[in-house]
Design a protein around this ligand. Structure first.
Ligand code: PXP
Length: 253
């Protein structure tokens, strides 16, 4: 089976917020992504509102016809936004105000009480709940025990190992292969526990193929690389190309 692609369109809002104006429109972006074949739209509403704003979530809820996945921290403020706007899925992520982007998975063991409470309220409202975790057996089992229906495996470490010359040969390639195995084993473990398995963070046209061959992973959330390429190719083509890479990776296995 070929994994689904949710396009993370945060950086369309990043450009808009650079001028605090009305363009580029994330609604137009979401429609173009869907027309190009994306299976869903992902956005991350951060505490500092550096890109996605509260109004964006309401507008996207009205316009997205495929699947709307909203990433958020485990806070009361975010829970309220989720229950008001009712996305199809909520992905629970860690958040540090000073970070450039999400750094690693949510420690669901350390944050057990708040995760448990938030998962219950979201699920009672009928929202599908995913937890963004490192590819670790303990974190996956804790997420399962706290009621999460899906884990999104953090591919940040793998992505770092595949940047430029580091990945080409020798030690870099071996470390990347070991990280692919760690993600594979984590995906098999989560799938065995009856959870759905997604993956994301730092994935690119160059590195997604190896993970697309892991059949337990049924969804990718990819943003920065697609939006970066869209500057040169247009968003429609950039989305199509990522879908092609995922298909190629899946069929190469
Ligand atoms: N998944 C999660 C949980 C994330 O926090 C992010 C970044 O917002 C992504 C996927 C997408 O990462 P990238 O923009 O590097 O593709």
């Amino acid at each position: 089976m070929v994994a689904k692609l949710n396009v993370n369109i945060d950086h369309v809002a990043t450009i808009r917020e650079a001028r605090k104006t009305i363009e580029p429109s994330i609604i137009t972006a979401s429609v173009v992504c869907e027309q190009a074949g994306a299976d869903g739209i992902t956005v991350h509403i951060r505490g500092d509102r550096r890109h996605i704003q509260d109004r964006d979530i309401s507008l996207l809820r009205e316009c997205v016809t495929t699947y709307l996945n909203v990433e958020m921290a485990t806070t009361e403020e975010m829970l309220e936004i989720a229950l008001e706007t009712m996305p199809d899925a909520i992905s629970l992520v860690p958040e540090k105000p000073e970070e450039i982007t999400t750094e690693g998975g949510l420690d669901v063991i350390r944050n057990e009480a708040i995760v448990r409470a938030m998962v219950k309220k979201l699920r009672d409202a009928g929202i599908f709940v995913s937890a963004f975790v490192d590819p670790s057996t303990k974190q996956i089992e804790a997420a399962k025990n706290l009621g999460c229906q899906q884990v999104e495996l953090c591919t940040g470490e793998y992505a770092d190992l595949t940047v430029g010359a580091k990945s080409a040969h020798g030690e870099g390639a071996m470390k990347a292969a070991a990280e692919i195995k760690r993600i594979h084993d984590a995906a098999v473990h989560a799938h065995g526990l009856g959870m759905k398995v997604a993956a994301g963070h730092g994935l690119t046209y160059r590195n997604v193929g190896a993970l697309a061959s892991i059949s337990e992973i049924t969804e990718f959330n990819i943003g920065h690389n697609i939006i970066s390429r869209s500057v040169f190719t247009g968003l429609y083509r950039a989305v199509e190309e990522m879908i092609e890479k995922i298909r190629l990776g899946a069929t190469a296995s």
